[in-house]
Design a protein around this ligand. Structure first.
Ligand code: FES
Length: 568
């Protein structure tokens, strides 16, 4: 069998004359100043996501230089290429809508361009899932390196980190205990360095999941963005990717397996990670014909302890997590529950990794021993029941314990606009033990499943000291948010799911112990409402928005496009 072409000979442009295509490609490549010696090397593509609209990636130029250094030192040619970047707070209606677009760009650019392996550089919430989804489908050896978390800021002697503290201060401002001057001062102290949000939000959770899946160099997920070790991790990732390009490396389907996905779920539960990670992990797994089963999630949750004491649920920040021992310490705490036969991009098994002695003792104030967990059960559970027959997610670790078993009267908002218009109205009929319901904020809705599940506490209740209420929606919630919040209700309201049938005054019962959320209205009345249901008119008629509306899968299937999942 002929050798597979390497480097610039890979995937020649089709002119009907291979030799001419090679000649033309090399002559154009020479316009970039490459020597023949460089042009003959295997190529490491470096998929970069720097953007003026992505503050979290502002240190990527320096990281890119470090990756290139590693590739060159190991004897391959580094060739960076851009894909779209997703800066969480700069996208409308929400970054979630564009995750699949980025994943398509990643997949197609890895496949279409001549590279033997690829380094994936990401960090901000949707970028890591998009990179892994695209790379999983492209099928070339790939190594992920993340930007790492921000350092914390300071305000009146306390540490601040985006964006759990953003929400806390904003809630206090709404409640009247923080002045306008102070909230403006805090605005400049929440996000003070390059890097991803400083708490165990979606970006940090996905970085840990990327490493647990095996797609990242061991020990690198939580290194702070500004730490010199972050650059060393980038250089070493470049070296490894060069070895993959020269010798052949494991493709993502050999690394992301049923067993490694289950390990990733364990870690998600043990770190009380973001609810968004359930969606992203389902989407990544779906690219390889695997699934995240919600019953299995609940089984794992009931037997996996929370080991990590970080915001938004606990006390610390990601910089504390890193110095306390990072993912290595969490994996050791969970070792008896993990599938240790899984391999990572270096080719080692998890068993081999865990057999090595730790270089530093674990700070058990931040990462607890399994014998002394923060909680004996995992941070997330899936719910089902008459209100969410297809499933929903509750971050029980972030909930008020007294609300985990609760029955209350529904106060319904039919859209984000309705919510914005009425939530603070003085005459809103709402009490502290009511349940706030938001409809039409799911994947297919006009709002594109925003992080709106953290409905604000109505101002009049916030001013009376109410800090939490049961809130239910088909939306998502930021990984940095907290509260008794039921999310991702499936089927979503836009498709006529039971959530669409809830009316003001209906009784709803949440039981975390039974893992149920029930709409208690009489069945004849629900049938009457179902018969009268009219789907909101579709808002998109062209372009990517229309592709999204037609193709997006439910939250429980990862909100990927139906045509991008692996064919079974
Ligand atoms: Fe980028 Fe939070 S905004 S990680």
């Amino acid at each position: 069998m002929a050798d597979t072409p390497k480097g610039f000979d890979n995937g020649l442009t089709n002119y009907g004359d291979r030799d001419f295509a090679r000649y033309l490609r090399r002559s154009f490549a020479k316009s970039m100043g490459y020597t023949d010696r460089s042009l003959d090397k295997p190529i490491v593509g470096i998929c970069t996501t720097e953007s003026g609209f992505n503050n979290c990636h502002r240190h990527f130029p320096e990281m890119l230089e470090a990756v290139k250094r590693g590739v060159l030192a190991a004897g391959a040619l580094p060739v960076p290429f851009p894909v779209i970047s997703l800066g969480e707070v700069f996208l409308s209606p929400t970054s979630m809508v564009y995750r699949n677009l980025m994943a398509m760009a990643v997949e197609e650019m890895i496949r279409a361009q001549p590279m033997d392996s690829v380094v994936l550089m990401g960090g901000c919430d949707k970028t890591v899932p998009a990179l892994l989804m695209g790379a999983a489908s492209a099928g070339k050896p790939a190594a992920l390196v993340v930007g790492g978390p921000m350092m914390t800021g300071r305000h009146k002697g306390e540490r601040l980190g985006a964006c759990t503290d953003c929400r806390r201060f904003w809630g206090n401002y709404r409640g009247g205990s923080v002045s306008e001057d102070e909230i403006n001062q805090v605005e400049g102290r929440l996000a003070v360095t390059a890097g991803t949000c400083a708490v165990m939000g979606t970006a940090s959770t996905m970085a840990l999941i990327g490493e647990t899946l095996g797609m990242m160099l061991p020990g690198t997920a939580a290194i702070p963005a500004v730490h010199a070790d972050r650059l060393r991790a980038a250089e070493e990732t470049g070296e490894l990717a060069a070895a993959m390009a020269i010798n052949g490396g494991l493709t993502p389907d050999k690394i992301i397996t049923r067993a490694s996905v289950e390990n990733a779920l364990r870690v998600l539960l043990a770190v009380s990670g973001s609810t968004n990670a359930v969606i992203h992990l389902a989407a990544i797994a779906g690219r390889l014909g695997l699934e995240v089963d919600l019953d299995r999630l609940n089984t794992l949750s009931d037997e996996t302890p929370v080991l990590v004491d970080l915001k938004p649920v606990g006390a610390g920040y990601m910089e504390d997590f890193h110095t306390a021992g990072g993912l290595e310490a969490v994996l050791r705490g969970l070792s008896r529950q993990l599938h240790t036969e899984c391999v990572d991009i270096t080719g080692q098994t998890l068993a081999e990794r865990l057999a090595r002695p730790l270089t530093d003792p674990v700070d058990t104030g931040v990462i607890r021993a399994p014998s002394d967990p923060v909680s004996p059960v995992g941070g997330l559970i899936a719910l089902t029941g008459s209100l969410a027959p297809g499933g929903a997610i509750l971050k029980r670790a972030a909930a008020t314990p007294g609300l985990l078993e609760h029955e209350g009267r529904a106060v319904v908002f039919t859209s984000l606009e309705d919510l914005a218009n009425r939530i603070d109205a003085p005459d809103l009929d709402v009490a502290a033990d009511d349940i706030l319901v938001l409809q039409n904020a799911g994947p297919r809705s006009a709002s594109g499943m925003p992080e709106a599940g953290y409905l604000p506490i109505p101002k009049k209740l916030a001013r009376a000291g109410v800090k939490d209420m049961v809130r239910i929606s088909d939306a998502r919630m930021s990984g940095t948010a907290f509260g008794t919040i039921v999310l991702h209700v499936t089927p979503e309201a836009d498709l006529g799911g039971p959530l669409a049938l809830v009316r003001d005054g209906d009784r709803i019962r949440l039981s975390a112990s039974e893992k149920r959320v029930e709409l208690l209205a009489p069945s004849e009345e629900l049938e009457r409402r179902r018969a009268a249901f009219e789907a909101p008119p579709p808002v998109a008629e062209r372009g990517y928005a229309e592709l999204y509306r037609r193709s997006v899968l439910p939250a429980t299937a990862g909100c990927d496009f139906d045509f991008l999942q692996a064919k079974s």
